[in-house]
Ligand binder design. Structure first.
Ligand SMILES: Cc1cc2nc3c(=O)[nH]c(=O)nc-3n(C[C@H](O)[C@H](O)[C@H](O)COP(=O)(O)OP(=O)(O)OC[C@H]3O[C@@H](n4cnc5c(N)ncnc54)[C@H](O)[C@@H]3O)c2cc1C
Length: 385
């Protein structure tokens, strides 16, 4: 039987970041088990790559305050690129209610130590992007260190660095069952045989609930389809633009290559493992795009280049992190609710701290434990895109 000090199930960006942070902290006996033949076939390879600190809860802001500077120095620290582009996030409010919400969030962000966020007046938004239909925009908020990364590169950078420092990655190896032996160690049955460990990490993304179930743990993580539509090359809107969010309906977009990447959270979407792209989504999103950016009426899109992936949703839109109570040695790193790429660096650090030292200074980890649901301590995040 193979063995490792820490075994991580799932080789997406979260599992890879945990492997990196463990090895960087001196724990080199790490085994990452990934069922696909290549990394990135889960949500990481489907992500929009947005990173932001403009959240509404202290804990999400703290996760970003570790993660974004980490991405800014990624190439230097790891020797691999993550393509961090600090082009910002611009939230555009179209009602006083939304503006009050942005102001309250801004106050919390400043109190937590975020220095790059600011409120912007409607006229400033009009001046920045005259291409926007701004008759109903009442103001907004902008953070210059928010922006984008290349999730695939970051994941590969994390895992390659970890591998160079002793971690192992088994690809094409599904974990099918887990049991505990007489000494309390976990024994996982995989397609390559049995593996034993005393520290087992669930980093299985949208499939995390089924992994937890192997140990009899109910994990409230549900898959929810998200679709993205890339446009053909388009030069009538600046490619230096930030992620721009129309708060009237949640439509948002950012530059991507010579075109733009369009996103919208369809409220009609229902949970499930749906990863097919629905061509009917194109008309829905283009209607919203042209409504906010009239010149987008001339956008060309090729439905064959559009794609769908899965968010891993929790009831309060915060991740579930840390040791699962009642199952000592079993750690969760799940339920990022659409923020797993931007929060992967903090998650890796938090999990590494909790596994190796039993505590972390990045966040108050007790807030993010699985037990918060049973104990009625949910912490609702409303700034979800
Ligand atoms: C369309 C879209 C846009 C998004 N945009 C953003 C964004 O702008 N910013 C952001 O931060 N986040 C975004 N996200 C969310 C982000 O992509 C995820 O939160 C993140 O990738 C989660 O990483 P992960 O490593 O936990 O999961 P994954 O990348 O899904 O990795 C989990 C891995 O576990 C493996 N696995 C599962 N079960 C088993 C098993 N039994 N045995 C072995 N391996 C197993 C899977 O094969 C998979 O590779 C987006 C997601 C989608 C779909």
């Amino acid at each position: 039987m193979d063995t490792a000090e820490v075994v991580i199930i799932g080789g997406g960006i979260v599992g890879s970041s945990i492997a990196y942070h463990l090895t960087a902290a001196g724990c080199s006996s790490v085994l990452v088990i990934e069922r696909e033949t290549h990394q990135g076939k889960g949500s990481t390879g489907k992500s929009m790559g947005g990173v932001r600190a403009q959240f509404s809860t202290s804990v999400n802001i703290q996760m970003s305050l570790y993660s974004i500077p980490f991405y800014a120095s990624f190439d230097e620290r790891l020797g691999y690129p993550c393509d961090y582009r600090p082009q910002g996030y611009l939230f555009c409010a179209t009602s006083e209610k939304h503006m009050a919400y942005l102001k309250a969030n801004y106050g919390r962000q400043v109190a937590m130590g975020l220095k790059d966020a600011r409120l912007v007046a409607a006229d400033e938004i009009r001046g920045m992007f005259p291409q926007l239909r701004a008759d109903d925009i009442v103001g907004g908020s902008f953070c210059s260190s928010d922006g984008f990364v290349d999730p695939y590169s970051a994941m590969v950078g994390f895992m390659t660095w970890a591998s160079e420092h002793g971690a192992r990655l088994w690809k094409d190896t599904e974990v099918m069952a887990i049991r505990r032996d007489g000494t309390g160690a976990f024994v996982a049955e995989t397609r390559r045989g049995w593996v034993s460990t005393r520290k087992l990490v669930n980093a299985a993304g949208a499939w995390a609930a089924s992994v937890a179930k192997m140990l009899g743990v109910e994990l409230p993580v549900e898959p929810l389809r998200r679709m993205l539509v890339p446009t053909e090359p388009f030069d009538d809107f600046p490619h230096s633009a930030p992620m721009i969010i129309d708060m009237s309906n949640g439509f948002h977009f950012r530059p991507e290559a010579r075109g733009f990447l369009l996103a919208w959270n369809d409220p009609e979407e229902t949970p499930g493992y749906k990863t097919d792209f629905d061509p009917g989504f194109i008309e829905k999103i283009l209607t919203r795009a042209a409504d906010r950016v009239p010149c987008f009426e001339n956008l060309a899109v090729n439905p064959k280049r559009a794609w769908a992936g899965l968010y891993e949703m929790t009831p309060d839109h915060h991740p579930i992190l840390g040791e699962v109570s009642g199952v000592p040695g079993f750690f969760a790193a799940n339920g990022f609710s659409g923020h797993g790429v931007m929060h992967a660096p903090a998650t890796g650090k938090i999990l590494s701290d909790l596994i190796l030292a039993g505590k972390t200074e990045i966040v108050d980890a007790s807030l993010l434990g699985l037990s918060r649901f049973a104990e009625g301590r949910m912490i609702e995040e409303t700034a979800v895109l």
